[in-house]
Design a binder for this molecule. Structure first.
Ligand SMILES: *Cc1c(COP(=O)(O)O)cnc(C)c1O
Length: 428
């Protein structure tokens, strides 16, 4: 693809964008009476206009039916989560029975670790990426301690080679091989939040399985962003939040994936609750936990219907778009255009002000570029905010920008880069 650094070129790309109409389905924060350039969908996706309607529907059911809303009305709440399973399965590449929605991400990570981290006396270690999202680090440290091990010893982190920012798949595989006798679990993110690196989930899973080790993934930055095939890749379990690329709103409900091959495994521990009990016998309220088949059997508590309604609004947009693979065709171009423009700033200014640390290889990234600012990073970031460009700032020197195919345009990306350039000159 030949890119051009001009507004006319960007506008032309937008005219030919088959997803252009989706932008109208979202609400944009305002800056000086104009829509902001929102490049922060990796942190909190924008609000779909339909959210109000979907939540209002459920508020009406509550108003009109009270407790009967669980069983009656247009969408009985008892089954409400099942409406969400098919569109989510489509997004993560799973069978409907392998996914469900429940609780929040870190809580679900704990619940899945209860099932899939089964340390033995000699085989108790967890291999993970160095620099994982802090919540995941805390969850894993506390799980390891809970089982009586020392995190210093029981957690093995894989880091990039000296002088590099991202991991090499062969290093991850080599670390799995080197530690195979000690490992009880391999746990990675799908996309590292800091660098935007999309890990080779299939290869990592296969390397773990060849040595009899289960592999789980935190897909917070991957779901609704990159193409996933969790079932075919034989991933054992995964979880994610839905408020980033999936636009379900702050603290939106989380999702989980449990591979079909584990559905009948009665040796797996669970921290159970009544919402995981077989649905058609749940209200017999008998002793002794009998799980619902599939991922639903991991549910614990009463469905938060209003959160599910919000996610439902967003999922309908993904359904309309067709598939994440289709969205990626635009997303890859949008991200590549941003990359081209940012690298162009360095050339124009004759500096090395911006260094993109996200992999240049398309298959190793989603819709995020992490950009190290050589100097004055925070000042540049504040200037962006001032000018109505919302990205996000990670200490000590990284600006993350995420052009999202459902609501960002090439014109957005063009203007953001122009402002990045101005900011670099002004703070130089
Ligand atoms: C966003 C994110 C979280 C946040 O977890 P919550 O429980 O929803 O607060 C956790 N892990 C990763 C990798 C994330 O990107």
């Amino acid at each position: 693809m030949e890119w051009h650094n001009s507004l006319a070129f960007a506008q032309d790309q937008d005219i030919n964008d088959e997803f252009a109409a989706f932008r109208e389905e979202f609400l944009f924060p305002q800056n000086n009476g104009k829509d902001v350039i929102y490049l922060c969908g990796n942190s909190l996706g924008l609000q779909p206009k339909a959210v109000v309607e979907e939540i209002t529907k459920q508020l009406s059911s509550w108003q009109q039916l009270g407790v009967e809303g669980w069983f009656n009305g247009s969408d009985p709440w008892l089954q409400y989560h099942r409406k969400l399973a098919a569109p989510i399965a489509n997004i993560v590449g799973a069978k409907d029975s392998e996914v469900t929605v429940m609780s929040s991400l870190t809580v679900n990570l704990h619940l899945l670790l209860v099932s899939f981290y089964k340390p033995a006396k000699k085989k108790y270690k967890i291999l993970m990426e160095g620099g994982a999202f802090p919540s995941d680090q805390y969850a894993i440290e506390s799980q390891v301690r809970f089982h009586g091990f020392d995190p210093e010893d029981a957690i093995i982190e894989v880091f990039p080679p000296e002088g590099e920012y991202t991991l090499r798949t062969e290093d991850i595989v080599a670390a799995i091989e080197a530690n195979a006798d000690d490992l009880a679990l391999v746990l990675f993110s799908g996309i590292n939040y800091y660098t935007g690196q999309f890990f080779d989930i299939e290869t990592i899973t296969q390397a773990a399985h060849e040595r009899g080790i289960p592999a789980g993934f935190d897909l917070a930055h991957a779901v609704g962003n990159v193409n996933l095939k969790l079932h075919d890749w034989n991933v054992d379990f995964a979880c994610w939040c839905s408020y980033k690329y999936m636009n379900s709103g702050p603290g939106g409900i989380s999702g989980i994936f449990v591979h079909e091959q584990h559905h009948r495994d009665s040796t797996l521990n669970r921290f159970a609750g009544w919402w995981g009990y077989k649905l058609n016998e749940r209200f017999k309220m008998t002793q002794g936990f009998v799980p619902e088949a599939g991922a639903e059997g991991w549910q614990v508590s009463t469905s938060p219907i209003l959160l599910m309604a919000s996610l439902h609004a967003s999922l309908q947009l993904f359904e309309r778009a067709g598939s994440v693979a289709k969205l990626r065709q635009k997303a890859d171009r949008l991200t590549a255009y941003l990359e081209y423009l940012i690298n162009g700033i360095n050339k124009d200014l004759g500096t090395e002000q911006y260094k993109i640390i996200t992999p240049a290889q398309q298959s190793a990234r989603g819709s995020q570029l992490s950009i190290i600012c050589k100097s004055n990073g925070k000042k540049i970031f504040d200037k962006l905010l001032d000018q109505g460009v919302i990205g996000d700032w990670r200490e000590p020197d990284v600006i993350r920008l995420a052009p999202v195919p459902l609501y960002n345009t090439f014109t957005d990306v063009y203007h953001a880069a122009e402002i990045m350039k101005e900011a670099a000159s002004a703070t130089a």
